[in-house]
Design a protein around this ligand. Structure first.
Ligand SMILES: *Cc1c(COP(=O)(O)O)cnc(C)c1O
Length: 461
């Protein structure tokens, strides 16, 4: 049966469901691209991750909880590192950073991007080699830049003329010569399936290529010998499935590279093409493998270099979501089930927009499955919602769940490793969930659950 025929099973609701929903018979199935690699259903139908059942994890650590498959995370780091061998792979720490993940990234040989003093502090606290850190941001403060220089951060990606002046003054004061990249706005705004080259200049990041300020920034840094200009940088967006955006950005940025060579006689040795590689949140998404991405990106860069008679620069990329996103799922407990007659069934879980803001913020799509048992009950189209005082507090807009789902059942929402814990809030004074890493039958808390004491600790008086 096709998804859209599910309406036959549940009034007229199914016909309103998106066509990409899993077929109703599949409610117990785990579509491999959505789940970390060690996740299976055990004989009783409960999910297992890293050889540990979710019932046990829920009992030990409570819900909601982010469950991280450490083998899966390591494998994704290795897949990118080997696919892009010869290039530097920076893990974009903003997608999710904590000391344990920084150590994994370090052990797997990756580099690390940070974009604030706080992220830099975590990286340094975990002992990450500073020369393998890249520092981003359109408004880095003087104290953040000072800290980066004192720590010996490998690359600072400059984003404004003010920053060039600020960094240059600080580097002179501290007697340092930091490696810098220029963040270039190439005029490509990449969305999930297409790129739009119209409103491109209208955003806060980078130096405009079309307007000439990217060239002017390069000239200024080359004139001022304090900063070591290593190359150009572009990041065109997030959750990208189509490499044509990278093709346009590589072409434009290498044209700038050629312009700099022609004007100044310098071929910048490095090129950073950013991150943004898409992952599967639902069965509709079909992401590329790191191997495919590497092949296509290398081919694009080589072709464009040949056209402009440039030597191929040393490449770097910055995947965040594509490394940590698929390695985590969120485990929730169902608290209430409400049938809105003739509309849909609302299944409320014990978290929501405080642990996953992406549905409300970006209209993102997620999927869910019952995690504590298998069910042969008739499938129903459900909406998974949180416990917050906001009707937009939706975790999963549409999903088929077994119609016998009830309070006490566990629900798992995959693909929550990136931009969920890192964007989590304390809205409604809900403590943020823990991150529990599971591997080889053993679990360890890598970020503990917040407590009410944590919440009260900031109240003065
Ligand atoms: C956000 C960001 C990334 C990572 O994006 P993902 O979609 O998580 O891969 C990489 N580079 C820069 C400059 C970013 O701002």
């Amino acid at each position: 049966m096709r998804a859209h025929e599910a309406g036959a099973l549940h009034g007229d609701l199914g016909s309103r469901g998106p066509a990409w929903l899993r077929t109703p018979e599949d409610v117990n199935a785990l579509v491999p691209q959505l789940w970390p690699r060690t996740v299976t259903r055990d004989a009783a139908g409960a999910l297992e991750i890293g050889g540990v059942s979710v019932a046990e994890l829920a009992a030990d650590y409570g819900t909601p909880a982010y469950l991280l498959d450490e083998d899966d995370l390591r494998a994704r780091c290795r897949d990118f590192a080997s696919a892009f061998s010869g290039a530097d792979v920076y893990y974009a720490g903003k997608s999710f950073i904590c000391k344990a993940v920084v150590r994994v990234v370090e052990e797997e040989g990756l580099f690390l991007d940070v974009c604030s003093g706080g992220e830099l502090a975590v990286a340094l606290a975990a002992g990450f080699p500073p020369e393998r850190i890249g520092f981003h941001g359109n408004n880095k403060s003087e104290s953040e830049l000072r800290r980066a220089l004192e720590a010996g951060v490998g690359r600072i990606v400059v984003d404004s003329f003010y920053e060039i002046a600020r960094l240059s003054a600080l580097a002179t004061e501290l007697g340092k010569r930091p490696g810098v990249l220029i963040r270039v706005t190439v005029g490509v705004e990449a969305h999930t399936h297409e790129f739009i080259a119209t409103a491109h200049e209208d955003q806060k990041f980078g130096f405009s290529l079309a307007g000439g300020s990217a060239f002017a920034a390069a000239a200024q840094i080359l004139d001022d010998d304090v900063l070591d200009l290593r190359g150009l940088h572009s990041h065109i967006g997030s959750q990208i499935f189509d490499t044509s955006g990278f093709e346009v950005s590589a072409r434009r940025i290498l044209e700038l590279q050629a312009q700099i060579r022609d004007a100044r006689g310098v071929e910048l040795p490095e090129l950073d093409l950013g991150g943004g590689f898409g992952i599967a949140y639902t069965t509709q998404d079909d992401p590329s493998t790191p191997g495919d991405l590497a092949k296509r990106i290398n081919k694009i860069v080589e072709a464009e270099c040949e056209m402009a008679s440039l030597r191929k620069p040393h490449l770097s990329i910055e995947p965040g979501r594509a490394i940590v996103g698929p390695s985590v799922f969120t485990l929730y407990e169902v608290g209430t089930v409400k049938d809105r007659e003739g509309i849909r069934t609302y299944v409320s879980v014990d978290g929501g927009m405080s642990d996953n803001i992406r549905t409300a913020l970006y209209d993102a799509s997620y999927s869910a499955t019952m995690a504590n048992r298998r069910s042969d009950a008739e499938p129903m189209l459900a909406r998974v919602v949180g416990k917050h005082c906001e009707s937009g507090d939706i975790v999963v807009k549409d999903e088929f769940l077994p119609s016998d789902v009830q309070p006490g059942d566990l629900l798992a929402v995959p693909g929550t490793g990136a931009y969920c814990r890192s964007m989590a809030s304390n809205y409604n004074h809900v403590p943020r969930p823990p991150v529990v890493a599971v591997r080889d039958g053993a679990a360890r808390v890598i970020v503990r659950r917040e407590t009410e004491d944590d919440l009260l600790a900031l109240d003065v008086g």
